[in-house]
Design a protein around this ligand. Structure first.
Ligand SMILES: [Zn+2]
Length: 235
């Protein structure tokens, strides 16, 4: 059985990631999942976005990462993506980038504060920063451990991946996700934009206040959750 539809979707999202300006060279990757089939599809390692065709997308088992379809080696970040799908059961797409503004916050070792409604429309609070990986975690199974510290940060901080669909990894970059690959891509674009706004905010006023809780509630909850009323009803 082929996974043409999933591969096409993941291919398109990777092409759009390249066009979004969030990545340069071959950095960054998008994956998608088919939970009924138990598979994840991801960009191959080190292939130019211009040369990428749907057949290049690698399909693997969500449980053990074994390649099911595809002749190229999957992205080296695959174990991080797999762990996120295994632990965050509701997500359908994952994007990883080193986009400039969001990564600057990560490199500065700072979570991304919620200063305004642009942020609040997508993230119900600050975008968290994980802890540093230990020496052991860097030496062995580095990519899987990157996924592990992300999951740990959400569990220990009692943060829901549905309410905060992104994270910063110190000295590294950004992971974001959504209900499917396109939603994950949109999250990564918004995350970069709000990281840029937040940087200018603290440059202009280092004492700038976080958004008021009532405004955060209003903006996040009118778009997400049972009482959502923003936009058009889903068919
Ligand atoms: Zn990376």
């Amino acid at each position: 059985m082929g996974f043409e539809k999933l591969k096409e979707e993941v291919w398109l999202a990777n092409k759009e990631l390249a066009e979004s300006g969030l990545v340069i060279l071959t950095w960054g990757n998008v994956s998608g999942v088919d939970r009924d089939a138990g598979v994840v599809a991801i960009k191959p390692s080190g292939v130019d976005y211009d040369d990428l065709v749907p057949e290049d997308i690698v399909v693997l088992s969500i449980d053990n990462g074994e390649v099911i379809e595809g002749s190229l080696r999957p992205s080296s970040d695959t174990p991080s993506h797999l762990l996120l799908y295994q632990e965050f059961k509701s997500i359908g797409g994952v994007v990883h980038t080193h986009s400039t503004y969001a990564t600057s916050w990560a490199q500065a070792g700072r979570e991304l504060p919620c200063f305004g409604t642009t942020h609040a429309d997508y993230f119900y609070g600050p975008v968290p920063l994980t802890r540093n990986l230990t020496l052991e975690e860097i030496k062995h199974e580095y990519e899987r451990n990157t996924g592990k510290v992300i999951v740990e940060r959400f569990l220990e901080g009692d943060v829901s991946p549905d309410e905060v669909p992104g994270v910063l990894v110190p000295n590294h970059g950004v992971f974001s996700w959504g209900k499917d690959t396109m939603a994950a891509l949109e999250t990564s674009i918004v995350l970069e934009e709000v990281a840029k706004m937040a940087l200018y905010t603290i440059l202009l006023n280092p004492q700038a206040d976080d958004i008021h809780q009532a405004l955060l509630d209003k903006h996040f909850l009118r778009k997400h959750g049972p009482g959502a009323y923003y936009g058009q009803e889903q068919q």
